[in-house]
Design a protein around this ligand. Structure first.
Ligand SMILES: NC(=O)c1ccc[n+]([C@@H]2O[C@H](COP(=O)([O-])OP(=O)(O)OC[C@H]3O[C@@H](n4cnc5c(N)ncnc54)[C@H](OP(=O)(O)O)[C@@H]3O)[C@@H](O)[C@H]2O)c1
Length: 362
């Protein structure tokens, strides 16, 4: 068996970092060999560093417990120990930008959960089933950063996975207008009900910065590569409202959409059923076999029942029907910390390895 690639997790003590640790346990291609976080966690064993704040229902993997957490700002030393890193840190945007570029400049590929570089023109923001071609800009980015092996690739915001796959499957019919409301889980804010009791029996009609991301990021996903840069698409027009609701995991979206060429309901269901991409063609380890699952039952998908479909990497849809103002309306659902965060990033890393962008350093 070939040697596994050595993965480092920067921000490994946080909520998304913990998900990385869980998902990479027994991963066929990657092994977590180093973990970094803030100076406050540095020097502690991983088990000590997350004491009282391990948020997952699964136990910390045995071989991870004794790894000594390093200070993420010791970039050269940390990068020397790994083939590539996953990055999920809670820092100021300009600090994250600088940190990720510093890692890339050491020749280390960076697969990021953070939003800091999502609009950097030569940084690909990827959903592997939808826009794997955007990896092409890595060549231009490497030139800019002065490295032949390092680069940054990012995943989009967790909210958009609950409606962008369904709209992507229908691009041939030219969607013109989209109205999406997202009902987002509290884990999206890095919280559970113990540390956010105010969310019990409550709904909060505001998530900072989320509506702009939910309206703009799909256009970048559907954009094209021109002269080493991603140029965002100009259609459809998207407007959103993003609401925090009292569920642990899973972002649900209600969507209205109109098209230039209105498809039949049968055509939509057929496109959703058939939709697959590079992740399925390459049979990547974390890729769902069925990307979009449509539920015929009127009361599905439900957050609690359906968020874990395909190991939390599948997208659910339901309630497709014609609308009196728009052409159609439907409901979508995705798991925000799996497909929408760590799982989505692991899938990007698998794509990058399969396409030769991540390789062993020696
Ligand atoms: N939660 C989600 O569903 C979700 C989804 C998509 C994207 N994201 C993004 O992922 C990132 C992490 O989110 P999270 O929910 O995992 O946050 P979190 O639970 O607050 O964890 C933050 C992590 O960042 C580390 N950190 C903080 N300050 C640092 C510093 N100065 N230098 C190095 N490391 C530092 C923390 O280390 P210590 O433990 O040492 O403090 C911890 O490992 C954020 O950018 C967030 O926007 C989150």
């Amino acid at each position: 068996m070939t040697q596994k690639l050595k993965a480092g997790i920067v921000g490994g003590t946080g909520m998304v970092g913990q998900r990385f640790i869980e998902l990479l346990n027994q991963h066929p291609w990657f092994q977590v060999t180093a973990i970094a976080a803030s100076a406050g966690s540095a020097g502690k064993s991983y088990e000590q560093a997350v004491q009282g704040r391990w948020k997952l229902s699964t136990a910390i993997p045995e071989e991870i417990k004794s790894i000594v957490v390093q200070d993420a700002s010791n970039v050269e030393a940390f990068a020397a120990e790994v083939d590539f890193i996953f990055c999920a840190v809670d820092m100021k945007k300009d600090e994250i930008k600088a940190l990720e570029e510093a890692y890339a400049k050491t020749g280390t590929p960076v697969v990021s959960n953070n939003s800091a570089h999502r609009w950097t023109a030569d940084v690909p923001m990827v959903i592997p089933e939808i826009n794997p071609g955007h990896l092409e800009v890595i060549e231009a980015q490497r030139k800019r950063l002065g490295t032949s092996t390092g680069f940054i690739a990012v995943k989009p915001n967790c909210s958009i996975q609950s409606y962008v796959p369904m709209l992507s499957a229908l691009q041939e019919f030219k969607p013109t207008t989209v109205v999406a409301s997202t009902y987002q889980a509290i884990s999206g804010a890095g919280k559970n009900f113990t540390d956010w009791p105010e969310m019990l029996d409550n709904v909060i009609p505001y998530i900072g910065g989320e509506e702009e991301k939910s309206e703009q990021e799909p256009l970048r996903i559907w954009g094209s590569v021109e002269n080493g840069e991603i140029v965002k698409a100009s259609a459809p027009l998207i407007t959103t409202q993003c609401i925090r609701v009292p569920v642990t995991d899973g972002h649900l979206a209600t969507v209205f959409v109109s098209f230039e060429n209105k498809p039949s309901k049968e055509e939509i269901l057929e496109r959703w059923q058939q939709y697959k991409g590079r992740a399925q063609e390459l049979n990547l380890p974390s890729a769902p076999k069925q990307f979009i699952t449509y539920f015929e039952e009127e009361n599905r998908p439900q957050t609690k029942l359906d968020r874990d479909i395909e190991g939390g990497m599948g997208i659910s849809a339901g309630r497709l029907r014609e609308d009196s103002l728009y052409d159609y309306k439907f409901v979508g659902l995705s798991h925000n910390t799996l497909r929408g965060a760590a799982g989505g990033a692991v899938l990007i890393a698998e794509l990058l390895k399969a396409e030769g962008y991540i390789q062993p350093k020696s």
